[in-house]
Design a protein around this ligand. Structure first.
Ligand code: ZN
Length: 414
């Protein structure tokens, strides 16, 4: 009984409170001052700021656009003076989209003009705080999208990728990240396949204008998966692809420091092509056209870039206390390659030639381990870094996210 009474009192009090509140709102609405305010708001519903989008027609120029906007003479002169006196150059072409932001407060004034310069950049002319014009070039606002593609490799990776409309930029990146492990000319068999997840940037017209990272790559060669995950830690300066166990795919040295070459003579005893007698061949020869770029097979310091007698123009690089490499018969050295210079793995150090004791254009490549020349092709090369500790933990999280993203992308295709 007490509870019921108590509840009724509360409901009554609440109702009373509500009706008082409604009354006061009604009073406010009848207030003449407010009426006037509402009126002035609705009068200015002709909006103060206006955006006008133009698509440039054939033969149209900037002056035509200004006339279409209905600026008064002064404002029109002001913007043209600004463009001419600051020698601001831009091209107008058919179907280009230009936007004007106009302030209608008293007379029409230009707040901002956006003129696309290219796929990635806009020229923006705007009214600054001093009420005059300024201009700036800005990167367009791009939207990041993730893409999943897969295909069987029938003849070449390149063809299989193009078939799935993968941009050549991404194909090159893909081949590069596997470059330490896979020889795309020799290792690919029929019905090998690949999967890839990569980032692309789209502009406001939904056109792809740039590419980001390959987040996931899988190359399935004769039924064996070579999965790679992208991992990036700005703090620890890591920005690379790793195998599922956190091992970098990069090796300390490349087996083949040249692209598109044919192994023409391997390490071992052979009849010397010029000297004519049996001699130990202490390197590996790769036949390739003159001028083909030769890469540093590992990061290191140039010990020599000069004439080596029978080796012709040659470069020698010291990688660490154990390994150094030699590249001989070059036609020329790459710019800046000289003694004492630091080079990074994959950096071009020179070009294939036939200088010194040589019968035709080729690269003679030597790997020296603890002062002894060894066979680069059978050498078990030491691996690059493996993620440990906090980096490894973060990598595991990155891997899960990438796997989730991949399944989402696959599902959305079905
Ligand atoms: Zn040789």
């Amino acid at each position: 009984m007490f509870l019921i009474t108590f509840a009724i009192i509360i409901i009554n009090t609440y109702d009373k409170f509500r009706s008082e509140q409604l009354n006061s709102i009604e009073n406010i609405l009848q207030n003449t001052y407010l009426h006037k305010t509402l009126e002035s708001i609705s009068n200015s519903l002709n909006p103060r700021f206006e955006k006008i989008n133009f698509v440039i027609g054939p033969g149209e120029n900037f002056n035509n656009l200004l006339n279409k906007i209905n600026l008064d003479k002064e404002e029109k002169k002001k913007i043209l003076d600004f463009i001419l006196s600051n020698k601001i150059k831009f091209n107008l072409y058919e179907n280009q989209k230009i936007s004007f932001d106009i302030d209608n407060l008293s007379n029409r004034k230009i707040v901002k003009i956006v003129i696309p310069i290219n796929k990635k950049r806009d020229l923006v002319i705007y009214t600054n705080e001093k009420n005059s014009f300024s201009s700036i070039e800005l990167k367009k606002e791009l939207v990041l999208a993730n893409v999943y593609r897969e295909n069987f490799i029938k003849s070449s990776l390149y063809k299989a990728a193009i078939e799935k409309k993968i941009d050549p930029n991404i194909i090159v990146q893909f081949a590069q990240i596997y470059g330490f492990q896979v020889d795309f000319q020799r290792d690919i068999r029929k019905n090998d396949s690949f999967q890839i997840v990569y980032e692309e940037y789209k502009n406001d017209e939904n056109k792809t204008v740039d590419f980001g990272n390959i987040l996931y790559a899988n190359l399935i060669l004769q039924g064996k998966s070579l999965e790679l995950f992208y991992f990036n830690s700005e703090k620890n300066k890591i920005n690379d692809h790793f195998e599922s166990n956190g091992q970098s795919i990069k090796k300390t040295l490349m087996k083949t420091p040249i692209n598109g070459a044919r192994l023409s003579s391997s390490y071992g005893m052979r009849k010397h092509p010029i000297l004519g007698y049996n001699k130990m061949h202490q390197g590996t020869d790769f036949a390739a056209p003159t001028g083909t770029p030769i890469m540093a097979s590992g990061t290191g310091v140039v010990l020599k870039a000069g004439w080596c007698g029978g080796g012709g123009n040659c470069v020698k690089i010291r990688h660490n206390s154990t390994y150094s490499t030699v590249y001989a018969h070059m036609s020329k050295f790459a710019r800046g390659i000289k003694k004492g210079v630091r080079v990074t793995q994959g950096q071009v150090i020179g070009y294939v030639g036939s200088t010194g004791m040589s019968t035709g254009p080729h690269l003679h490549y030597e790997v020296i381990k603890n002062g002894k020349k060894i066979n680069s092709q059978t050498l078990k090369l030491p691996s690059g870094k493996k993620l440990t500790g906090k980096n490894r933990e973060d990598f595991e999280i990155a891997k899960i996210k990438i796997n989730v993203l991949k399944s989402e992308l696959i599902n959305s295709q079905n």
